[in-house]
Design a protein around this ligand. Structure first.
Ligand SMILES: [Zn+2]
Ligand SMILES: [Zn+2]
Length: 342
């Protein structure tokens, strides 16, 4: 089979690989569509593990099913989650599924940017979802990224009538914008340096968009929130400047959600004095679990979230390199999807 092997963002090669062999409790899926994630573009995150096959937002058709698998059959249309928790460890018993040791160890083999991938038994049992017919494979690639955003927003405990600022209007920022309305926020403000993305945010639910290059971000947010700052600041841009801005935009007692990592060598100065007296809560949220993927699927199925509005670019598997480079460098795009249609 063909697979896109990642050596670096500028060196992604289509190679022939053996089609994974499945065990009796596993299935083989023919990939039909797989989303490109922001984390697929973070060279610092990937370079120590390269070469590898990326793609953790896949959907496809069950092509082979192990003899002891009961709930799936050949031909089923599925989404498979690449990471699943054990559900029994200390972290899992606290609901911190994404911190479970097994969570990081589990993965699809070799990854979603391949003609076929294997779903190991734990992934199959805990977080492989059958897709309703009305949901296309491309739409289903949004299950994982929407799940990540739902997990974060659930932690943030947003209240009806809350105001929120989303920092960064890439795919995650736009998904947060759409979800914030569903979660009941009464005011969603989105900031980004790219007007194309701000326009998309406006179309998809933002009440107010701010480009800090053309106006003062802090003044605009203060003005929109009776001088207080926002109840919630969701930082989706993976850099320190976004966090420094985010803290200034957060009201006293508000929440700053750490939704995207900066580079490991980057640090920011935090004043315990300011954090103490302002009671700003820093709340990180990493990845998603079997709990949120099911909610994400429901929101897509019922068109509460229209995935089609998020997907702006599609590339065939043999152009995976172009897909990732487009997502990394073309500012005029939202979600990029790799497809495997013959
Ligand atoms: Zn992702
Ligand atoms: Zn666990």
């Amino acid at each position: 089979m063909k697979a896109a092997v990642y050596y670096s963002l500028d060196n992604i090669i289509i190679e022939d690989k053996p089609t994974p062999k499945i065990g009796v409790e596993e299935i083989l899926v023919e990939m039909k569509a797989c989303g490109v994630c922001g984390s697929d573009l973070m060279e610092w995150y990937l370079k120590t593990r390269a070469p590898l096959v990326l793609g953790h937002e896949p959907a496809g058709i069950a092509a082979k099913v192990g003899s002891r698998v009961e709930d799936f059959e050949v031909g089923d249309r599925v989404f498979a989650h690449h990471h699943v928790a054990c559900l029994t460890c200390h972290y899992c018993r606290h609901g911190a599924y994404t911190l479970c040791k097994q969570f990081a160890k589990t993965h699809l083999e070799p990854g979603g940017f391949a003609e076929y991938f294997k779903v190991p038994a734990p992934n199959l049992q805990k977080d492989t979802l059958k897709l309703p017919l009305e949901l296309s494979f491309e739409e289903a690639t949004l299950i994982e990224p929407i799940g990540c955003c739902i997990r974060a927003l659930n932690k943030c405990n947003i209240q009806a009538a809350d105001s929120a600022v989303v920092v960064g209007a890439g795919p995650s920022g736009i998904i947060h914008t759409m979800l914030l309305r569903i979660f009941g926020a009464s005011q969603v403000i989105v900031t980004d340096f790219v007007d194309y993305r701000l326009k998309a945010a406006k179309r998809l639910g933002a009440d107010l968009t701010i480009n800090p290059e053309t106006e003062s971000l802090i003044d605009a947010v203060k003005k929109a929130t009776d001088g207080r700052g926002a109840d919630l600041v969701m930082v989706t841009a993976p850099n320190v400047n976004a966090y420094l801005a985010g803290i200034e935009l957060c009201r006293k007692g508000g929440t700053l959600c750490v939704f995207a990592p900066a580079q490991p060598e980057d640090y920011m100065r935090l004043s315990p004095n300011k954090i103490f007296f302002s009671e700003i809560k820093l709340l990180p949220s990493y990845s998603t679990s079997h709990v949120e993927t099911r909610i994400a699927l429901k929101l897509l199925q019922t068109k509460r979230i229209d995935a089609k509005k998020l997907i702006t670019h599609k590339f065939p598997l043999n152009k995976t390199a172009e897909a990732l480079q487009t997502a990394a460098r073309n500012k005029e795009c939202l979600k990029v999807v790799v497809t495997n249609e013959q």
